[in-house]
Design a protein around this ligand. Structure first.
Ligand code: ADP
Ligand code: MG
Length: 452
């Protein structure tokens, strides 16, 4: 079973992560209901429990077809295996141009050459972050240090950060630029600890001219690596080296981050990447189509930009899907075809944009009430029933959880759960109610489209 589960996990995780974290686990014992796994030391145990345990449990459940109790223990006799497996040659440390480690003479760049300022489209939601990045790239450490860029998934943090790196590298080919994800940084540190190589690790990072760490929110709640990073940060900062960080949240929103790091992160500039508006989305699509040499009608690009607003990565995914369909089938694609090609993406989009607030307003309008009636305390039937319907719609039309919906109705989660079941149960027998719900759903969708 364990081997089968490993195969599952191999399919889900990236090769590097699999080799590093899963391949090192030993299955020491298995019975009908329990499975005992062992790893070489506490690091592996803590790390796995913190990050990959739910995934492991799921994989085992899928393979065995039942719930199995999994325990993870430390067994130092696994150590030799762990050592062997954790550092095969392919895990040569990433090389940093000019530092010459990894035994590589040729300066290998780990920056993506496509992520440049040229290929980055500027709009109202990102112009400030863009300007700050340009400033940092033009005079490293003289403007904003550190530069801290935060924003949601797929909004261009990595692109912007690497654009800084590419810009500096093109102007100063000898500069030692290090771009690294926070996860890799942490993995290297753990390797160093394991091999008693921490001194070398420190030296390496403290020789850098510009340090860019992507997805720094990964530090949240990990005290030991925070401590290490704190010292690296100070050394670089004091010798006037540029530091760039990205995160999915602001420094102060990282509850498990040491206060002294929070304050360091706020020393320079903290800048947000927001969601691009429709004009920017259109411009991004046109630019990507041009870069990828795709021949797609502008009307189609406009349609995609209009419909997909949650993030740029989905937008790009949609473009590529449409383009590969066109090249594979040699068919012309119209809006209808796009709808069927992308229906899963488009569904997600509309779900993401429907809010409890819009539902409340729509339902209130339909029943001739005020939205505040739905969140208020009155329990008369003419208000209580529409309120329950609004709760039911909030549950079925959004991806929000019961507690979150509850908050927006000033109720607890049990009330929402109850209302949802009430309305759904009644609707099964009551055709009039079915119709009302259908009409309301339609109105909510229309109001959402208007709001975008
Ligand atoms: P994040 O790191 O914030 O999750 P990425 O930087 O990986 O997001 O961006 C996702 C994709 O969207 C990348 O392919 C990137 O090139 C593209 N992208 C995001 N914002 C822009 C933009 N303003 N102009 C051009 N491409 C963008
Ligand atoms: Mg990123």
């Amino acid at each position: 079973i364990w081997n089968e589960a490993c195969k599952q996990l191999k399919g889900i995780l990236s090769g590097d992560i699999y080799d590093r974290w899963i391949a090192v686990i030993q299955c020491v014992d298995i019975s009908d209901t329990t499975m005992r796994l062992a790893v070489a030391n506490d690091f592996y145990k803590d790390w796995l429990e913190e990050n990959y345990f739910p995934m492991i449990r799921k994989a085992v459940m899928v393979v065995s077809g039942k719930e199995i109790n999994i325990s993870l223990e430390v067994d130092s006799s696994c150590f030799d295996i762990a050592k062997e497996e954790a550092e095969p040659e392919q895990h040569a440390p990433i090389s940093i141009p000019g530092l010459g480690f990894g035994g590589n003479k040729k300066p290998t760049h780990n920056l993506n050459p496509n992520y440049t300022f040229d290929s980055y489209v500027v709009g109202p939601a990102n112009q400030f972050a863009h300007a700050a990045s340009m400033a940092a790239a033009n005079s490293p450490s003289r403007t904003y240090n550190p530069l801290f860029i935060y924003g949601g998934v797929g909004l261009g943090k990595t692109h912007l950060m690497q654009a800084i790196g590419n810009h500096v590298a093109s102007k100063k080919p000898r500069a030692k630029i290090c771009y690294i994800t926070c996860e890799t940084f942490l993995n290297e540190y753990i390797d160093a600890l394991q091999n008693n190589n921490v001194a070398a690790f420190r030296k390496r990072y403290r020789k850098i001219d510009m340090l860019m760490i992507d997805d720094i929110q990964f530090l949240d709640g990990k005290a030991r690596i925070q401590e290490e990073f704190f010292h690296t940060f100070n050394t670089l900062f004091e010798s006037h080296k540029q530091i760039v960080l990205t995160s999915d949240r602001t420094p102060s929103e990282m509850a498990g981050l040491a206060p002294r790091l929070i304050s360091r992160f706020e020393w320079g500039l903290v800048t947000e990447l927001g969601k691009p508006d429709v004009e920017t989305r259109t411009a991004i699509l046109r630019k990507k189509a041009e870069l990828l040499n795709l021949k797609i009608d502008n009307t189609l690009l406009d349609y995609l930009a209009e419909r997909i607003s949650s993030n740029v990565r989905s937008l790009e995914g949609a473009l590529i899907r449409v383009a590969s369909f066109m090249s594979l089938t040699n068919q012309k694609v119209d809006v209808e075809k796009v709808e069927s090609l992308l229906h899963d993406l488009l569904d997600k989009e509309s779900q993401a944009s429907i809010s409890v607030d819009i539902i409340q307003r729509t339902v209130a309008e339909y029943f001739d009430l005020r939205p505040s009636d739905l969140t208020g305390k009155k329990r008369t039937k003419d208000i209580a029933w529409p309120r329950q319907i609004a709760m039911h719609l909030s549950r079925s039309m959004t991806t929000q959880s019961f507690p979150v919906i509850g908050e927006q109705f000033s109720r607890n989660h049990a009330t929402i759960l109850y209302a949802n079941e009430q309305v759904a149960g009644k609707a099964k027998e009551d055709r009039g109610l079915q119709q009302t719900i259908a009409i309301l759903k339609d109105k909510v969708n229309k109001n959402c489209a208007k709001a975008i």
